[in-house]
Design a protein around this ligand. Structure first.
Ligand code: GLU
Length: 327
């Protein structure tokens, strides 16, 4: 009852949270279009959060190009843009205050760990619940081994080392509005995750969870590739005593002709410079949405208004792929 009341009083807020490690491509754009139209169809606000914590890979030229592309397409955000790079003090304070007893410094190098895994084959293989069978085999197989806790009893000190967080060793579930019931024991699937690297870089899993809580996000619609992090992120929010999103929707992904997820890593073509109305119509077609006659000849705002009033999650349910991108 208390939860139902709490949910009904919260304003509906969604977000798009790109990491500016490259320009927008059709895969990231379909996520933006879907989360925008979905949240607007619910009368909610759509926030834009630039997840630029990885200072080695994120570039301000990519941020600018993402903002320009979204604006050209009429995907305008509510409130001012949040930049995670401006919020490092917030994440560090939370690590110190709320998470300290669950964290420990770790000095293991990659090489040491690799040697350890090589001498204990299969002992630290992650356990992915069958409810996540919607992830492609490659995605599950790529999951790194669980950290063998060699540094678990190390005391916090002034030396700059990476910080690991102990995730709960308990099976929990949540209902995903597109993929159904998902179960995961984060201690068995991810292990003690690095939340802060040796160079002081905060990891995405932590900053994204904290900001969803602090920004009072109620609806998260994002790519299916992030599904394996969701229970861990819900656990982090609980550890930090922050509100959790009420609804999750993990969207099917776009693939390239080799069957890999379209991504910056496999050089997906930037959408920059493509015609906005044609792009929006193409995204809505990929998302299985109703398409009006001669839609691509409308303006972006006409196309989005139609898409919002006709938005439906049904074509996206229980799907893992939006198909092969021709871009
Ligand atoms: N920043 C993440 C990315 O660009 C997405 C985070 C999220 O939507 O939760 O892949």
């Amino acid at each position: 009852m208390a939860r139902a009341l709490h949910q009904s009083l919260r304003p509906v807020i969604g977000r798009f949270a790109p990491s500016p490690t490259g320009m927008l491509h059709l895969g990231s754009l379909t996520t933006a279009v879907a989360s925008f139209c979905h949240i607007k169809s619910l009368g909610g606000q759509w926030l834009l959060r630039i997840e630029d914590v990885d200072f080695e890979r994120c570039k301000s030229k990519y941020t600018q190009s993402i903002l320009d592309d979204l604006e050209n397409l009429g995907l305008t955000w509510d409130q001012s843009v949040t930049y995670q790079s401006d919020r490092l003090d917030i994440y560090n304070a939370i690590i110190q205050d709320k998470l300290k007893t669950l964290t420990y410094p770790c000095q293991c190098s990659r090489k040491q760990l690799q040697d350890f895994y090589d001498s204990h084959p299969h002992a630290f293989t992650p356990v992915i619940d069958s409810s996540m069978a919607c992830l492609s085999q490659t995605e599950s197989l790529n999951a790194p081994p669980i950290y063998p806790r060699l540094c678990l009893h190390q005391a916090h000190d002034e030396i700059c080392s990476k910080i690991r967080l102990q995730l709960p060793d308990v099976m929990s579930g949540f209902f995903d509005g597109l993929q159904g019931m998902i179960w995961d024991n984060p201690a068995k699937s991810l292990g003690d995750v690095v939340i802060k690297r040796q160079n002081n870089m905060i990891n995405y899993i932590l900053s994204c969870a904290i900001d969803d809580g602090l920004q009072n996000i109620t609806h998260v619609m994002r790519g299916l590739d992030i599904l394996p992090m969701t229970i861990a992120q819900l656990s982090i929010l609980a550890m930090c005593q922050l509100p959790t999103p009420d609804y999750f929707y993990h969207l099917p992904l776009l693939h390239n002709p080799d069957g890999q997820k379209l991504s910056k890593q496999n050089l997906a073509k930037p959408i920059h410079g493509e015609k906005p109305s044609q792009l929006l119509t193409h995204c809505l077609t990929l998302l299985g949405q109703p398409i009006a006659h001669d839609m691509a000849s409308g303006t972006p705002s006409e196309i989005l208004a139609f898409a919002i009033s006709n938005w439906t999650n049904t074509p996206l349910k229980n799907k893992t792929s939006l198909g092969i991108s021709k871009y």
